[in-house]
Design a protein around this ligand. Structure first.
Ligand SMILES: *Cc1c(COP(=O)(O)O)cnc(C)c1O
Length: 471
């Protein structure tokens, strides 16, 4: 791979402003609703932003998953869809792109990230085993649990402390991991579940030094490392920016080096890879690949499409290439930071440093008078929608779910409301509007009451739970 870094816009113009490395070719109108319309819509949705209709949303920051804008090249790729049931040429383009940029040998396509999580968890985890990881992710942990495993959090303590400015809050605490290995035995640990930028910690990165040291530790105990590569490109950006020795390397080179310390990866292509639907799983072990290929035909589709149309695979192959462009990643992260800086200037409590894909509002600091079992982060997401039709999501006690053994709520240290920024969709003016809305909600925080849950689904309850205002 060409390791020589191209000169980015930022470097060329020094301290002058940066701008998005694209211009807009097609627009989708959006409209703001009246306060009464929003009150009605929110009540109908049971105070859960997942249950709102998108037509009632003004600026949609629910998620950065599948909500990005594809490029003209990706749309051109859609027209090149080869919809053969088997051996579509688009699959081979996709395989080539994953091998080139992520460096793994074998590719299994899936319909989205959780399809890949399902296959990997079922293939590797035996009931009673432990899966250590750098903080849980909702679907990841659920698939590990459904396979009979118990997730164990081994992220560094700083990750649970919103204002802590550690540059790599996604790092694995190697002492915690080694203590677990000694306690349960290496044979009870099928793999390490490592996430590149940790979503639930606020989009926080893992350093190259940490993954290298993790590799050395795992080699001693013969434990493989599998990477949740969903936002690994953003992780590469933070390494380039913050870690000694990486300033002059390209995002692509950093991504490949990081992946080389792992045994395989799964991907929600709806994030970094710039498509609206899709996913993949890639591994180096040929026996594991065989097992996965046997399973993919049961749950996803044939091993050369895995639930995606040929055209989707072509757009994905092109998206992978565009995703590692240095200017693209820089403008992506800088836009998130722009919003973060506006909020910080108004002393609104957010997770710091600002991560790669979203702003996380610290709902515990927003509403110290609302106890955690009255759902402060859910309350804040509802408040923001009522103020201005902006949709975020809860990342706190509702998302954490219940302990499968005791049946009690899990009480996470982080009680956050996430404003995720879709890739290549909104402008700086939208970010200004969002910041002003958050400020308005912050200024009226003392009068706000919490919520009570009136309907609770068994799995991933945050998607469909319903609430009412607590009295
Ligand atoms: C979105 C996401 C997943 C799950 O992927 P889907 O495509 O939504 O099924 C897994 N891990 C992380 C970190 C994610 O953000």
């Amino acid at each position: 791979m060409n390791n020589k870094k191209l000169i980015t816009m930022g470097e060329q113009f020094g301290r002058r402003s940066w701008a998005e490395p694209w211009k807009i070719k097609m627009v989708e109108p959006i409209r703001i609703t009246s306060p009464q319309e929003r009150r009605d819509a929110l009540e109908k949705a049971g105070y859960n932003t997942f249950l709102l209709h998108s037509k009632d949303v003004y600026i949609d920051l629910l998620t950065d998953s599948g909500t990005g804008a594809m490029s003209d090249r990706q749309w051109a790729g859609i027209m090149l869809g080869d919809e053969a049931y088997a051996g579509s040429r688009n699959f081979f383009h996709l395989e080539e792109a994953v091998q080139k940029y992520y460096g793994y040998r074998y590719l299994v396509p899936t319909h989205q990230g959780r399809g890949a999580e399902h296959l990997l968890s079922q293939a590797l985890i035996k009931p009673g085993q432990y899966v250590p990881g750098n903080m849980y992710f909702t679907t990841t942990r659920l698939h590990q649990e459904l396979a009979g495993g118990t997730f164990v959090d081994v992220i560094i303590d700083e990750a649970h402390d919103p204002p802590n400015l550690h540059p790599f809050k996604g790092n694995v605490d190697l002492d915690k991991l080694e203590a677990l290995v000694k306690r349960v035995g290496a044979e009870s640990i099928p793999y390490i579940s490592l996430a590149g930028t940790v979503n639930m910690a606020g989009g926080q990165p893992v350093s190259m030094a940490n993954v290298k040291a993790l590799r050395a530790l795992c080699d001693r105990y013969s434990i493989p490392i599998y990477l949740d590569a969903t936002r690994m490109v953003e992780n590469a950006f933070f390494i380039q920016e913050r870690e000694e020795g990486y300033k002059d390397k390209t995002i692509a080179a950093i991504l490949q080096e990081f992946c080389s310390f792992t045994d395989g990866a799964w991907m929600s292509a709806k994030k970094d890879n710039l498509v609206n639907i899709g996913g993949w799983l890639a591994v180096n072990d040929s026996d594991l690949f065989d097992a996965l290929r046997n399973m993919v035909v049961i749950y996803e589709g044939l091993h050369t499409y895995g639930g995606m149309a040929g055209r989707d695979m072509e757009a994905l192959a092109i998206g992978i290439t565009e995703a590692v462009d240095d200017d693209h990643v820089r403008s992506r992260v800088e836009q998130v930071r722009y919003l973060g800086n506006l909020l910080t200037n108004w002393e609104i409590p957010i997770v710091k440093p600002v991560g790669g894909h979203a702003i996380f509002l610290d709902a515990k600091s927003f509403y110290p008078h609302i106890p955690q079992d009255q759902f402060p982060a859910q309350t804040l997401a509802a408040g923001l929608y009522l103020d201005s039709g902006i949709r975020g999501m809860e990342r706190g006690i509702v998302s954490a779910g219940r302990d499968p053994k005791t049946g009690d709520h899990r009480y996470p240290a982080l009680e956050l409301t996430r404003l995720a920024i879709p890739r290549r969709v909104y402008t700086q003016a939208h970010m200004d509007v969002v910041a002003e809305a958050v400020k308005a909600v912050y200024d009226s925080r003392e009068q706000t009451k919490g919520l009570k849950m009136v309907y609770e689904p068994k799995y991933l309850r945050f998607f469909q739970a319903r609430f009412e205002r607590a009295s």
